[in-house]
Design a protein around this ligand. Structure first.
Ligand code: AMP
Length: 114
């Protein structure tokens, strides 16, 4: 099982704030912004570059979940906002090989990213 599958199975503790049939969202253990949540598909797709056509609904569900979680956290307004990040592979900084979307919010975020 991946680390995130263990969190979804409640074998490893995490601050889970949302869950449905497709996805689970919990606070990142090492937050890089005042709000830093990970949105994780129930299916352990390793990374977005390895997703296949049959994952289309799962991938769509991740973005819909991101919007719901942003609303739940009070940052789904243009005047506040949030950033979604997917790190794919070594150069992007991927450390957990189970696809996940980072939702970052609560401060102004630089662009371009580092
Ligand atoms: P990435 O580097 O894009 O693969 O992101 C992996 C993220 O998982 C990092 O931001 C880590 O801080 C986070 N992380 C690692 N272990 C845990 C954990 N047990 N609970 C919550 N977040 C975690």
């Amino acid at each position: 099982m991946t680390l995130f599958e263990k969190i979804i199975a409640r074998e490893i503790p995490a601050q889970i704030i949302y869950e449905d049939e497709w996805a689970c969202a919990f606070h990142d253990i090492s937050p890089q912004a005042p709000i830093h949540v990970l949105i994780v598909p129930k299916k352990a797709i390793p990374r977005v570059g390895e997703a296949v056509a049959e994952d289309q609904s799962q991938l769509g569900a991740l973005l819909l979940t991101a919007g719901k979680v942003a609303s739940q956290l009070g940052v789904n307004e243009r005047s506040t906002g949030f950033r979604l990040v997917i790190n794919n592979g070594v150069n992007a900084g991927e450390t957990v090989p189970h696809l996940h979307v980072h939702l970052l919010a609560g401060r102004s975020l630089d662009w371009p990213p580092g």
